[in-house]
Write a protein that binds this ligand. Structure first.
Ligand code: 7PJ
Length: 256
């Protein structure tokens, strides 16, 4: 899954693709490099980002979405109104960092036939990285995701349409992220595919002391560890390089 942000303030590529034409060109490049899905976002959920209205978010993403009608596009949004408009405009998937927690979101997805990513997040983007605390991060994240799967199924969303995501960096310190990664296989016990996003994240800066544009090697290491842990969708900025990691991992798996 290749990331395309149409925002002025996303932490690693904010402002680069505010122009719809540039965003479409970037998405097409990611597909050429081997992305199976493009994740299109019109609202930055990085810590401290300023909120945008549904109208603003739609103005950013709809022209891009409409130009990518031949590509599987996931729309990264928390807003029910944006989900509905995006699905009407051809989105194949909704990637919701609130796990369909906003009023009406479950029904909006139930009445479509898209895939959906339910992600765990603790707290609100503005403050979630201020001293996040867990008694048992694995139990809490697993319990939350299981609860959201049950809520989704109850609303009429078939399990086959759901993927889950532990939400690295969303209300989690480095130690929490690493613990969740180490125990990723136990999240797989829900029997639902796992999506992960480590690409360029600040936890990698904590480990390597590198800025956001110097975290590719660390991101690739996390991609491999995620694959080993059972992740099936990697949300990344650097598709070409991550594809090579996947190829190496597959070659290794196929060895006698
Ligand atoms: C994630 C995301 C993630 C899912 C972002 C960033 C921040 N959606 N949206 N999982 N991260 N499902 O790219 O660093 O980890 S935005």
């Amino acid at each position: 899954m290749g990331v395309v942000n149409v925002t002025p303030d996303s932490f690693s590529d904010g402002g680069r693709f505010l122009d719809a034409g540039a965003a479409v060109a970037h998405a097409r490049r990611l597909v050429e490099e081997g992305a199976d899905i493009v994740d299109l976002g019109g609202e930055s959920t990085r810590p401290g980002a300023s909120p945008v209205s549904a109208d603003e978010e739609l103005e950013r993403i709809l022209p891009v979405l409409r130009s990518l009608s031949d590509v599987p596009v996931s729309v990264d949004t928390r807003k029910t109104e944006v989900m509905k408009a995006a699905l009407a405009a051809g989105a194949s998937m909704i990637n919701d960092v609130e796990a369909l927690g906003e009023p009406g979101a479950l029904d909006a997805i139930a009445s479509a036939d898209c895939a959906v990513c339910l992600m765990h997040k603790k707290g609100d983007p503005a403050t979630m990285q201020q001293a996040p605390h867990y008694d048992d991060v694995l139990a809490e994240v697993r319990g939350y995701l299981e609860e959201r799967i049950v809520a989704s199924e109850k609303a009429g969303i078939a399990r086959e349409r759901i993927v889950i995501d532990p939400g690295f960096g969303f209300g989690k310190a480095l130690e929490h992220n690493l613990s969740l990664l180490k125990h990723l296989p136990s999240l797989a016990s829900a029997g639902v595919p796992i999506l992960v996003g480590w690409s360029r994240k600040s936890s990698l800066g904590r480990i390597t002391a590198r800025g956001a544009d110097e975290r590719l090697p660390a991101s690739l290491a996390m991609a491999l560890l995620s694959l080993i842990g059972g992740a099936t969708i990697l949300r990344v900025h650097d598709v070409r390089e991550t594809r090579d990691v996947v190829s190496v991992w597959q070659a290794f798996n196929n060895a006698a």
